[in-house]
Design a protein. Sequence first.
Length: 195
Amino acid sequence: MSKDDSTTADPRARAARLALPALFAALTAAGAFIAIPLPGIPVPIVIQNMIAVLSGLLLGPLRGAAALLLFLILGALGFPVFSGGHGGLAWLAGPTGGYLVGYLFAALVAGLLSNKRSALFSALASLSGFIIIYVLGVVRLKLFKGLGWAEALALGVVPFLIADTVKAIIVAFLGWRLGPFVDRVAGRRASAGDS
């Protein structure tokens, strides 16, 4: 351990670093009960994507991805953590499965791009996270439903652009403003990322 490595010295900080991914997995799961179904569209409006991207911004790439991996494992085991209170492997294999798996990669990429001292980098990280969710979600939706690209985009992206733009702005702001606080709680320097 180097003399400037403050990430392992404080037992409370170590406990916080272990608890934060579980907390964000639980927040993502709780977001399952805030879902707005849209008529004729298999993908609802959710806040889970917002929490997934925020976990990367606040926890860093590894802990943020760990939170979403825990969330996905719980869902795969049948716990009602997916939108609408669903769970099970069938939901991961269904039309929204790409979005769900996208949460994991969104947290990872948002965490890699995040710089908690820069509003611009927080915005870039947030936007990138949402784009990754869209890409994986639309690909899965296209394959599952046998749609053309235009129809998959019309069903899986267009209805959500306004809401997700607002969510991306909120996530960027929260990541930028809360990031240093979360780093202090976890005993990390703001520039240390995932330690």
